[in-house]
Design a protein around this ligand. Structure first.
Ligand code: F6R
Length: 366
């Protein structure tokens, strides 16, 4: 039931702090992730992993893209990510000791399931799924599984499933790094500590929802929007654009901010609002110069930035200050304002938020 919420999507956005907390429960020791969370022999198996192949669709694919930055950046484990509808129909050159990972809310998505079923079975070390439904086909047919504990997701646009998938994938990253001895123990402990405060941070992000609701006005009359991010915030930008498309029917595209000059800058004018996620990391300075390029062309900017970044507002630039967070966890936190933004834009436009036209919750046929 929706309770006091106007839509399931809004309720599910607000459930994220608890859903993330549940997904972490019993899975953390003082300074590391308990590998048994993935299955009894997971740590022996993880020690053998040399490469990771992630396969998923839609929002779950975006979670996989974030995981690639984590797996390669934190644990030096080569990782590839592909949409299932492409992966399943092409010849894949599989390297030895590759772990095959699927990500899915439903566990029944036709393309993802087909990718698992028709992969060159003995070419892979093992299969693992990060999934929200314990009784699903993906969980039954994978060697290892980590259940996200988001609870039932009713809104067609995925929200709490995504943030809990990210948590699951970060747990996987830490477990792999530990088993392969490629993650420094101090960094491991730091991230585990940060994970314990994640739920509170998500609550802080939800607390700025009235500010975000006010920004929705910027988009209500627009037909297009551009989303920019760098590094692990690029997939967050992709996810923000997908949410806006799905529920408000505004054409939205996401680009890695560094690609602007290579084409999309030609689209920027006062009718093309540009949304940017700008946490306080090593790429902030580069991002700032990308933002200059947009405002010089008359583009309206909406920037979600770490309050420590001290970005200033001007006529064309609106800044929403975000709580500070450990940089590794930033993609999870910055997802929240983008979900809220697309929700409030859709409400302004009067679309059917929970059941957008032409879409089904679970895509069990091709
Ligand atoms: C977008 C959305 C879809 C799903 C995709 C995969 O909001 O919900 O893009 O993410 O259909 O579904 P699952 O995760 O069930 O495999």
């Amino acid at each position: 039931e929706k309770g006091s919420y106007r839509h399931f999507m809004l309720k599910e956005i607000y459930e994220q702090p608890q859903a993330v907390q549940r997904t972490l429960e019993d899975r953390l020791a003082a300074d590391h992730v308990l590998p048994a969370a993935f299955g009894p022999d997971a740590s022996t198996l993880f020690a053998k992993v040399k490469k990771i192949q992630i396969v998923a669709c839609g929002t779950s694919y975006h979670a996989g893209m974030v995981a690639r930055y984590w797996l390669e950046g934190l644990t030096n484990t080569p990782c590839q990510v592909e949409v299932a509808s492409e992966f399943r129909y092409r010849h894949v050159a599989v390297q030895p000791d590759t772990l095959f990972v699927t990500i899915s809310q439903s566990g029944e998505t036709a393309d993802t399931l087909a990718a698992l079923r028709h992969r060159q079975d003995n070419a892979y070390l093992a299969s693992l799924t990060i999934c929200n439904v314990g009784t699903s086909s993906l969980v039954r047919e994978s060697d290892l599984a980590l259940l996200t504990r988001a609870g039932p997701e009713i809104g067609v646009a995925s929200t709490k499933a995504f943030s809990t998938q990210l948590v699951g994938l970060l747990l996987l990253t830490l477990a792999i790094g530990r088993a392969r001895h490629t993650l420094a123990p101090a960094q491991e402990r730091e991230i585990v500590d940060a994970l314990r405060t994640l739920s509170a941070k998500l609550n802080d992000a939800l607390a700025i929802s009235a500010t975000i609701e006010a920004k929705a006005q910027l988009f209500a009359e627009k037909n297009h929007a551009l989303f920019l991010g760098r590094g692990e915030q690029f997939p967050v930008a992709l996810e923000g654009a997908l949410k806006l498309k799905e529920i408000s029917y505004i054409h939205a595209e996401a680009y890695p901010a560094g690609e602007l000059k290579h084409g999309p800058l030609a689209l920027v004018d006062s009718d093309m609002p540009v949304v940017t996620v700008a946490p306080n990391n090593a790429l902030l300075e580069k991002l700032k110069s990308n933002l200059q390029e947009v405002s010089a062309r008359g583009g309206q900017l909406l920037v979600f930035a770490d309050r420590e970044a001290h970005l200033s507002e001007d006529e064309q630039t609106q800044v929403v200050n975000m709580p500070s967070i450990h940089p590794v966890l930033a993609p999870i936190l910055y997802t929240i304002p983008l979900q809220l933004l697309s929700y409030y834009v859709a409400v302004l436009k009067g679309t059917d938020v929970d059941q957008p036209r032409n879409l089904a919750k679970s895509v069990t046929v091709e």
